[in-house]
Design a protein around this ligand. Structure first.
Ligand SMILES: O=c1[nH]cnc2c1ncn2[C@@H]1O[C@H](CO)[C@@H](O)[C@H]1O
Length: 341
């Protein structure tokens, strides 16, 4: 029987909550920083970059995140980042990933929406050919940029409508960014067939999650960890099978949770709430998806069968056709059997 980290490394997975820019590896950040020599606070040296990715609080995290967004200056940068993110996901046996991209932030920095969408689409198709990974897009509104960003994100989603686009989200800070104001944009996105997956309950309380459900028609919740403070919400999420996209290390590194041992993941699972395990912004948080599965296994005291079940839970929460879900689940089951020998 292989040890758990080895088992996790080989386990077929899907990832549902991982950010495009937030996944820029130190090597990619260094390459982008070198291209824009001297005009960025982001260090090119991987050691210095690790220190740069130490956050005082969530607001500081967003500030650092946006400084990395500034490194993405043209469509070539977008292509390079996307293809490299796919390589890293595939290296971890990710078969399918719903990658959150924030078109507004790039268009706002001068990359035309059409060029941005062409770059991510071309990189997505090349990644499928090169690495065998299926990528789909969530276009998210950077909440800190408010309603103008909501309007432009919706426009880009509906006007460009890249083939890989399947969902519409809302990221950035929650404090000072109430969810109800974004209802008109989510209504139009959902009417156009996009799935609703806003962040909520990451840095604010359960009421933000209720708003995301009631006002934005959320089908999944990004993070949603403060649901543990509201038993009625826990019961609602469990009864309606509304999955939370949980990112344990992210919550500790952005100071949303004091430590992994205090992370509410066990309480969420005990309440019967469906969860998927995700990495969010892996290099920024010094983690990987495999590391997050190992964290979940420790917090939930899982054996390989339990870890394989976690992977299947993420497949169940994915916006994938049933036949595709069955195919990935069959791979997970076959792997579990082979690893047991
Ligand atoms: O953990 C997170 N919570 C909220 N937003 C995040 C997180 N990680 C990355 N972003 C990104 O920060 C952008 C700010 O412009 C948001 O759009 C979101 O995509």
């Amino acid at each position: 029987m292989t040890d758990l980290p080895t088992f996790i490394a080989g386990l077929p997975k899907v990832e549902l909550h991982v950010h495009h820019v937030g996944s820029a590896s130190p090597r990619i950040v260094a390459e982008l920083a070198a291209r824009h020599e001297g005009r960025s606070p982001v260090p090119a040296d991987p050691e210095a970059l690790a220190d740069y990715f130490a956050f005082r609080d969530f607001a500081h995290f967003i500030e650092v995140y946006l400084s990395v967004v500034d490194l993405i200056r043209d469509a070539d940068d977008v292509w390079l980042l996307t293809h490299e993110v796919a390589r890293e996901l595939a290296r971890q046996q990710v078969r399918y990933a719903e990658l959150t991209v924030t078109p507004y932030s790039h268009v706002h920095r001068g990359i035309p929406a059409e060029a941005f969408c062409e770059a991510i689409e071309d990189a997505r198709k090349r990644a499928e050919a090169d690495f065998g990974i299926a990528l789909r897009w969530c276009f998210d509104i950077p909440g800190e940029a408010g309603l103008p960003a909501a309007e432009q994100t919706l426009r880009i989603a509906l006007d460009q409508r890249p083939d890989g686009l399947i969902s519409f989200g809302l990221g950035g800070p929650e404090i000072g960014v109430p969810r109800p104001q974004f209802k008109p944009y989510f209504d139009q996105a959902r009417a156009a067939g996009l799935r609703s997956v806003p962040h909520a309950g990451e840095t604010t309380g359960p009421e933000t999650i209720w708003d995301a459900l009631r006002e934005l028609g959320a089908e999944r919740i990004g993070h949603g960890i403060s649901a543990v403070l509201d038993p009625a919400l826990l019961a609602h999420l469990a009864e309606r099978r509304i999955p939370l996209e949980v990112c344990p290390t992210s919550n500790v590194r952005t100071r949303a949770v004091a430590s992994l041992d205090e992370h509410p993941l066990p309480q969420l699972v005990a309440a019967g709430v469906p969860v998927s395990i995700n990495s969010d912004d892996p290099p920024m948080f010094g983690t990987t998806l495999n590391d997050e599965y190992a964290v979940a296994a420790r917090l939930l005291r899982l054996d390989p069968d339990g870890v394989a079940a976690l992977a299947r839970d993420a497949v169940a929460a994915a916006f994938l056709a049933p036949a595709e879900q069955a195919r990935i689940n069959a791979e997970i089951d076959a792997y579990r059997v082979s690893a047991a020998r």
